[in-house]
Design a protein around this ligand. Sequence first.
Ligand code: F6P
Length: 356
Amino acid sequence: MERKKRIGVLTAGGDCPGLNAAIRAVAKAAFFEERAEVMGIKDGFDGLIHDRTKKLEWEDVSGILTLGGTILGTNNRADPFAYGEEKKDVSQKALDTFHKLELDALVCIGGDGTFAVGHKLQQSGIPVVGIPKTIDNDLEQTDYTIGFDSAVAVATDSVDKIHTTAESHHRVMIVEVMGRYVGWLALHAGVAGGADVILIPEIPFEMNKVCEELKKRSKLGKRFSIMVVAEGVRLGKDLVIKREVKDSAEPIRLGGVSYRLAEQIEQLTGLETRVTVLGHVQRGGTPTPFDRVLATQFGKKAVDLIVAEEFGRMVSLQGTKITSVPIQSAIAKQKRVTPDLALVQSARAVGTCFGD
Ligand code: F6P
């Protein structure tokens, strides 16, 4: 009798809502018609390197659909090909664990950093399937990643709440959102929250144009303004860095550009300005229905790929179709907002200023 397939699953990189929904979908789709057994690998690639795993049973993945975070834990530092501060190649340890567990395939739920490692593991002989997640939505070859819609919902809710206090105090309110080097989150939350000004890395802005817009609103009797700013916008040529991180694939953490913007706005316009940096709250809470549906479809598709022995692929959403693409095509470059994007045009049409 043929041995039942055995799948390893891990979550790596920054967490986001919808990871548990994806783990649940992989496991339940594997258990369905007894297609495969599933081993959960703890804390991303760190668990694979150090053999920290747990066989997932039905009870482990039952009741986690709506749960934020990841029951497996995650890690955005453990690159088996460049491990720790010395950037040591410990990939053999990861391969050893894979073979010791007698796995047939590894499902990596992650973003670009995770897939860069996944692609190398695939080249080293581990059959890999990727499931895209990131609140930044910056992966090529998929319209959406798990977690993005939930982060947009959190950010939009915050913008809605900021509106009332902005209006009461007649202030300029800046809401700074995450997104790393791209503006998807700021654009979507800004449009959904009716922001007057949206600043994103892909559309360089001029400070005097932003200030003109704020003063114009003031003159028109609009005594408050809402700005949604992506953490990755540049002040001139400069990125504003919160801190440097040594042993990480991502050597800098962004954040805080809005404080610098607020100072300049107050100086140039005289308008009282306040800043709210949303931070990790955007990665918390229960996933939106969209993310639950996406994660369920991605998880099932990942298992289908494994059963069909189609490896080195990332599941993807294209329009309404769930399909798959080669992993390296998803990480070849970052998916960025383009100025001619329909959503940018729609925002401009309803009067949103991008400061350009
Ligand atoms: O990539 C997801 C993300 O939340 C970015 O938007 C943000 O810049 C970064 O991770 C923060 O990383 P950390 O959780 O390591 O501080």
